[in-house]
Design a protein around this ligand. Structure first.
Ligand code: NAI
Length: 506
């Protein structure tokens, strides 16, 4: 198969459900002529009408012109049978997610289309290579993975298997741009980029819940307000539905041969068995009434008391900022070399828990409270040892909430909440780069556009510094002795060299 011009000819779309319709819409809006096919009688015709109605709505809202609707609709046709796809230069399938059905379709397509025609699959969980294996010319097959809703999710993964011809991925990349989408290139591996990178946020949050570090609404609040995620992990699980997320978590874990970084949670499995799916069943982690999430009450802020605060000097990097914050909050300070009797002992752990920090500094654990020194902004996280007395916990809560910044008080956790979750996300992103699945730049682009994170995993790591992420992971690894937290070589080397996590291999 030779390389041909990048100008797209006729695009066939097979499978006119949610995804097929979305892809067809952006293609015709981008000037690409499309022919639709669906095995369900009347399915393609229905899709054409629905796409026309969607474009009309956009015109009614003034988002596109009336002439754009006419021009786009004129590019859309319906195939009477698969044979009508004979003149297509590219066919994208968006049919049912079953390997044998997709393989059979690709065999039939090969008998219909010309030698130069590209066959692309929108699969999100199957191996592109396994689909291509059914073809006489597997070099023409690639993944073209869109996200739902297609017109709004401006990202598409272009997936090359080991047999995919180089120009096939190039042509799909150009086509994605013509559709107004951002293409990212990935090699054919479980979850590609976005669904692979997305493992950290959910599985680590479920681990925190599984360890009873805090109730799920509090974990959501911390990750939204302190770390800047648009949705908390449990809100996200409720939105997607456990019937969708749990099989994805299990499938990626198994496809990577039980990689501990992706280990799913028994909590999610049990809730799925109970039918607590999320929004769609009106009860998931949250309850929903008339489609509205019912937010559980927050803990009341205790009254402020004038307890002297002794700030541990062991946490040198964070000491100046927290010391300044204490002064701003008008805290009564205990400036002694060792904490005086009755003083609150404040520690600032990075990758450590409050107990380890208290023991290492020989502090009284009943008076020790930890503050997350890396996330002091939108919400502050305080953490107790198993022995911290309520008086000291409440005094710290009142003090750190006294300027109006909300405070969460959690149980002891190495790396608190944000450090742990972010280090896990960064580590998985770094390992995607290490495995050469995608370029560092494409990893971050895919995650920001596909998952809506405040930054891509590598930029998130750079914001805290690779060395800090490594310190958090080392702390977690030491504490839990769980290979889940072993740092990726990509992260380790860049931390040692003191360079950005976005630095590619030479
Ligand atoms: P859907 O169920 O809405 O639509 C599938 C369409 O394919 C239906 O109209 C059905 O009649 C048709 N179909 C089934 N078998 C066919 C065959 N052999 N030949 C022709 N047409 C056939 O499914 P949806 O959600 O649009 O998903 C389609 C594909 O896109 C799947 O591979 C899915 O994994 C993938 N995908 C779905 C996403 C989502 O959020 N729904 C996101 C990314 C990928």
């Amino acid at each position: 198969m030779s390389s041909t011009s990048l100008a797209p000819g006729l695009l066939g779309i097979v499978g006119c459900g949610l995804m097929g319709r979305g892809i067809a819409q952006i293609a015709i809006q981008g000037g690409i002529p499309v022919i639709l096919h669906d095995s369900r009688p009347g399915g393609a015709e229905e899709a054409r009408a629905a796409i026309g109605a969607t474009l009309q709505k956009l015109a009614d809202k003034g988002k596109i012109g009336a002439q754009d609707v006419t021009a786009a609709c004129a590019r859309l046709s319906v195939a009477a049978s698969l044979a009508d796809l004979a003149s297509c230069t590219t066919v994208i399938e968006a049919i049912v997610e079953k390997l044998d059905v997709k393989q059979e379709l690709f065999r039939q397509l090969e008998a219909v289309v010309g030698d130069e025609c590209i066959l692309a699959t929108n699969t999100s969980s199957l191996s592109v290579t396994a689909i291509a294996a059914a073809c006489k010319a597997p070099g023409r097959v690639a993944g073209f993975h869109f996200f739902s809703p297609v017109p709004l999710m401006k990202i598409v993964e272009v997936i090359a298997g080991p047999l995919t011809d180089a120009h096939v991925a190039d042509r799909l990349t150009a086509m994605a741009r013509q559709m107004g989408h951002t293409p990212v290139r990935a090699s054919d591996t479980p979850g590609f980029i976005v669904n692979h990178a997305g493992r950290g946020y959910l599985t680590e949050s479920l681990r925190l819940l599984g360890e009873s570090i805090a109730p799920h609404p509090e974990l959501d609040r911390i990750l939204r307000e302190a770390a800047g995620f648009r949705m908390g992990p449990f809100e996200l699980l409720d939105l997607t539905g456990l019937d969708v997320s749990q099989p994805v978590m299990e499938s990626i874990y198994d496809q990577y041969y039980q990689e501990p970084r992706f280990r799913p949670s028994p909590i999610a499995r049990q809730r799925l068995a109970a039918g607590l799916l999320g929004r769609k069943s009106r009860r998931g982690f949250y309850r929903y009434e008339d489609g509205q999430k019912q937010e559980p009450a927050t803990v009341a802020i205790p009254p402020r008391v004038a307890l002297p605060v002794w700030l541990s000097p062991r946490d040198a990097a964070a000491y100046p900022a927290v010391s300044q914050l204490l002064d701003k909050l008008d805290a009564k300070r205990d400036e002694g070399a060792r904490p005086g009797t009755g003083s609150l002992c404040l520690v600032l752990p990075v990758g450590q828990d409050a107990t380890s920090a208290a023991v290492a500094a020989q502090l009284d654990p009943t008076r020790t409270v930890a503050l997350d020194p890396l996330f002091l902004g939108g919400r502050r996280t305080l953490m107790t040892t198993p022995l911290t007395a309520d008086t000291y916990r409440d005094a710290a809560h009142a003090l750190f909430a006294s300027d109006g910044v909300p405070v969460s008080v959690i149980r002891d956790s190495a790396g608190l909440v944000c450090q742990r979750v972010i280090a896990t996300i960064v580590n998985i992103g770094a390992d995607i780069a290490q495995q050469g699945i995608a370029t560092p730049e494409d990893i971050d682009k895919a995650v920001t556009l596909g998952l809506g994170y405040p930054k891509g995993p590598l930029a998130l790591g750079d914001a805290l510094g690779a060395a800090t992420i490594l310190r958090i992971l080392d702390g977690l690894f030491d504490f839990y002795r769980d290979p889940r937290y072993r740092p990726s070589p990509w992260l380790k080397r860049r931390a040692m060299l003191g360079v950005s996590l976005l630095t590619p291999e030479n």
